[in-house]
Ligand binder design. Structure first.
Ligand code: NAD
Ligand code: UDP
Length: 339
């Protein structure tokens, strides 16, 4: 099948493109490169061993999307494009609403105009808000505490409405937990601009000597070692989850389906720092800092629905997540070719 990946040059999109090509599908990347580099495409092509089609454009450009969907004879869309920083979303809410909401509405209009009926959407565990119980299952109540989370929640609601109104639409909302790691080649991975907000890229830069130490945001949480617990999932496992979702939609037909993509295991800040030190052979100096506003103590997935219905489970462990991140850091980022 020919699949359009909006935001396909980004972190998760590029890994999903590799997984799609590996399974015999054809990937067409659609990206405005607002948070990715053009040379990621060349690195991706080195991994898959052939050219990959790329369209530079903004998802809010409905006309362009329509032309691409029609001319390229796209069979399904995976919608990654959007802005994703919680902190930035509080400072620039309008940018988040226009990119994420308007972008999705534009995509839905283009899909309707061209008869493309299959959509996989990048949602997030952030839609669960403050956990009322753990592990988080798909039936857990949803809420939002910041504009980014609100866009994800609102898009899920829009997709549910649109799905109810159009009996042909096949929609899967995938609620990602904490994607980390990189492709085993070390050629593609996560390369945030500036100082990373997220834990794994921050630790990688400490190991690389670019940052002096890790600030541990709170050591007094009600968790086994007092630091925040998250469900880190290898980005290659996550990418394979998208393949499983596409196959599921093809098999099950129209509907609006929601799945957690996580491992079901919680890892603390200190455990991740220790695992990274082990994988990289570098010390990760750390200092306890105040809690980060808005952070929850612990968040991890109930994964049975994805296992039983999608036939998908995460296979890669913490060591592989850290080793691949370090390989990307040393082979690509430190060489100045990936950031
Ligand atoms: P990313 O920033 O690496 O990738 C997003 C891509 O979309 C970038 O290449 C960017 O240039 C592009 N883009 C942004 N706005 C666009 C627009 N208006 N038109 C066209 N292209 C546009 O982010 P990612 O980590 O790969 O995340 C992909 C998706 O997954 C996002 O929707 C994000 O909210 C969601 N998600 C990410 C995480 C995470 O921790 N990385 C967790 C949960 C959900
Ligand atoms: N964290 C930390 N120091 C950092 C970045 C993150 O201690 O420099 C902690 C954060 O408080 C949380 C965990 O690491 O407990 C994961 O944070 P991240 O931002 O990666 O993911 P999210 O909070 O979005 O789940």
């Amino acid at each position: 099948m020919k699949v359009l990946l909006t935001g396909g040059a980004g972190y998760i999109g590029s890994h999903t493109a590799v997984a799609l090509c590996g399974a015999g599908h054809e990937a067409v990347l659609f990206d405005n490169f607002s948070n990715s580099r053009r040379d990621v495409v060349e690195r991706l092509e080195r991994i898959v061993g052939h050219r990959v089609a790329v369209v530079e454009g903004d998802v809010r450009d409905t006309g362009l999307l329509q032309r691409v969907l029609r001319d390229q004879e796209i069979g399904a869309v995976i919608h990654f494009a959007g802005l994703k920083s919680v902190g930035e979303s509080a400072e620039k809410p309008l940018e988040y609403y226009t990119n994420n909401l308007q972008g999705t509405l534009s995509l839905l209009a283009a899909m309707r105009a061209t008869g493309v009926d299959t959509l996989v959407f990048s949602s997030s565990a952030t839609v669960y808000g403050e956990p009322e119980y753990l592990p988080l299952d798909e039936a857990h109540p949803t809420s939002a505490t910041n504009p980014y989370g609100r866009t994800k929640l609102q898009i899920e609601e829009i997709l549910a409405d649109v799905g109810r109104a159009d009996a042909a639409l096949k929609i899967a909302c995938l609620r990602y937990f904490n994607p980390v790691g990189a492709h085993e080649s070390g050629l593609i991975g996560e390369s945030p601009n500036g100082i990373p907000n997220n834990l794994m890229p921050y630790i990688a830069q400490v190991a690389a000597g670019k940052l002096t130490h890790l600030n541990v945001f709170g050591a007094d949480y009600d968790t086994p070692d007092g630091t925040g617990v998250r469900d880190y999932i290898h980005v290659v496992d996550l990418a394979e989850g998208h393949l499983a979702a596409l196959e599921y939609l093809a098999e099950h037909g129209p509907g609006d389906y929601t799945f957690n993509l996580g491992t079901g295991h919680g890892t603390s800040v200190l455990q991740l720092a220790d695992a990274f030190a082990e994988a990289s052979g570098k010390a990760i100096p750390r200092k306890v800092a105040p809690r980060r506003p808005g952070d929850v103590a612990a968040c991890y997935a109930k994964t049975e629905k994805a296992r039983d219905e999608l036939g998908w489970t995460a296979k890669r462990g913490l060591a592989e997540m850290c080793e691949s991140t370090w390989r990307f850091q040393t082979q690509t980022l430190n060489q100045g070719t990936g950031a």
